[in-house]
Design a protein around this ligand. Structure first.
Ligand code: B12
Length: 443
């Protein structure tokens, strides 16, 4: 091969590389540190703390928690099955309500698959039918696809509504059924396809990278499993669209959307075969941004960590189609505790303008306190009330000053003047002098 031949060969190889989303190896100490943050959560086996995403994340990671993992899966099974059976006592339990939601049942199915189990038997069938039923309900809430006058307006009226939960959970449920080789009807897939093709339906016109990435993972699973053959072309096209949307959402630092949507976005890009030329470069840039965020300790939330750990092990939810349960994983050691005692007091101003009369109050807390500590302090001082609800991501703020967020509304957390926080009340730690606004908004 002459010089020119060698040059062309190199160019070709580089070109091929640029089309593949590869994540080079990450310092194992950084990965271990991340895994260690999950360990304390694995000791919490009470219903409101059990989180199938943690189990999935760990099983797809390069780390293991030994017998703790078995006990955790056992507790997940007991709890989710009990809620599914809906015994009189559990029926009214609010945690059971969450556990039998479209997304949580989906995550539970992913957890079973992460242990190389296929749902089966009487209990398994019940679980699958329940999830399929929920998806049908979600589909109906979006809109009926059999339009009464299809010749006049074949598509639009059929997709006017919203799912009961979200398109994120809708996609997650399809993915979960798919990795268990359970098919859903074309018209269920149709709703997700339509949402991706008409992005405004996914997040009030704003692109939610997490949501599109989850939809993309569901489509990739359907494509690989040769499900919904009549939809094949549309599914393949949608995968390309998702990829495009994620690439377009890359920030100058390299994140896709924001730092916390990057793990799912990477899971999607790492598995999609319909490649854009710039995928490889975009992934390398994202990986560098992730590394910087890891070093800055940006990953504190157990749910986001559980979505990131597979990526650092070059795995994705798509690997759950045929998981490798014998892959060697390194045993996690508990972290050596480091206490930093601080006596520094900071001031944080809390304001709520969405109510009459508006509320504004400065509170004093120890440096390093979370926003939740600030809310607690404001409550103790009097004149401020709030409510939270346990979720897989931690405490979710549901009500402020007696005003509960209604359907498709939420209490948004912002840093003055107008910057939405990227973390929830338990993880965000305000700085001295900061003003935090709680704002009731539609989504
Ligand atoms: C859909 C969604 C929303 C919806 C939830 C409403 C609904 N009916 O679905 C809306 C738009 C309201 C929302 C709000 C917020 N969200 Co949000 N949300 C998501 C998303 C895309 C999916 C969540 C989900 O359904 N999970 C699956 C189900 C099965 O789990 P679940 O626990 O049962 O789901 C509930 C909780 O997740 C809860 N929830 C949603 N977001 C958040 C965020 C936090 C911090 C908490 C504690 C709970 C919570 O709502 C879900 C439905 O009830 C995730 C993406 C992701 N990668 O996870 C982001 C995500 C969890 N949200 C995020 C954030 C930052 C927020 C906000 C704090 C934004 C803000 N500045 O106000 C607020 C929450 C404020 C509050 N009141 O406490 C971040 C969290 C990052 C982190 N470090 O933890 C994520 C990862 C998105 C991102 N990439 O930035 N969110």
């Amino acid at each position: 091969m002459g010089h020119l031949g060698a040059f062309l060969f190199l160019l070709g190889a580089l070109g091929a590389l640029a089309e593949i989303c590869e994540i080079p190896e990450v310092d194992s100490r950084l990965v271990e540190k991340l895994g260690q943050r999950l360990l304390p959560w694995m000791d919490r086996l009470s219903p409101e703390h059990l989180n199938p995403s943690i189990y999935v994340g760990l099983r797809l990671s390069s780390l293991q928690a030994g017998t703790k993992e078995d006990l955790y899966l056992h507790s997940l099974k007991l709890n989710y099955q009990q809620c599914l059976l809906g015994s009189a006592s559990s029926d009214h339990n609010s945690h059971c309500q969450a556990k039998t939601s479209t997304g949580q049942l989906g995550l539970y199915l992913l957890a079973l698959r992460a242990n190389c189990e296929f749902v089966g038997g009487h209990k398994g069938d019940r679980l699958v039918s329940q999830l399929k039923r929920l998806l049908e309900d979600e589909k109906r809430a979006i809109g009926n696809s059999s339009s009464p006058t299809p010749w006049l307006s074949p598509r639009l009226p059929a997709h006017k509504g919203h799912p009961h939960t979200s398109y994120y959970q809708y996609g997650l449920a399809i993915l979960a059924l798919c990795v268990h080789q359970k098919r859903v009807h074309n018209n269920v897939v149709d709703k997700l396809l339509y949402a991706v093709e008409h992005e405004q339906h996914l997040h009030q016109g704003h692109l939610s990278v997490d949501t599109v990435a989850m939809a993309g993972l569901a489509f990739i699973c359907l494509e690989r499993s040769h499900f919904n053959p009549n939809k094949r072309l549309q599914i393949t096209t949608a995968i390309g669209m998702v990829q495009e949307k994620i690439l377009r959402a890359q920030t100058p630092e390299g994140h896709f959307g924001n730092v916390y949507s990057t793990p799912l976005a990477l899971q999607m890009l790492m598995t999609s075969s319909t490649s854009h030329l710039e995928v490889g470069t975009a992934c390398l840039k994202a990986k560098a941004a992730l590394l910087a965020s890891l070093q800055n300790e940006a990953f504190q939330n157990r749910l986001v960590i559980s979505q990131l750990l597979p990526v650092l092990n070059r795995k994705t939810y798509i690997d759950l189609i045929s998981p490798d349960c014998l892959a060697p994983r390194v045993m996690l050691r508990p972290a050596t505790e480091t206490f930093s005692l601080t006596t520094e007091i900071i001031s944080v101003t809390l304001k709520v303008l969405s109510i009459v009369p508006p509320y504004k109050q400065s509170v004093f807390v120890l440096a390093g306190s979370s926003l939740e500590d600030v809310l607690k302090m404001a409550h103790e001082l009097g004149g401020f009330t709030y409510e939270t609800q346990a979720s897989l991501s931690g405490p979710y703020l549901t009500s402020v000053m007696g005003n509960a967020a209604g359907e498709r509304e939420f209490w948004q957390l912002l840093r003055d003047p107008d910057t939405p926080l990227l973390q929830g009340i338990a993880d965000y730690r305000p700085k001295d002098g900061e003003t935090i606004e709680l704002r009731l908004v539609r989504w």
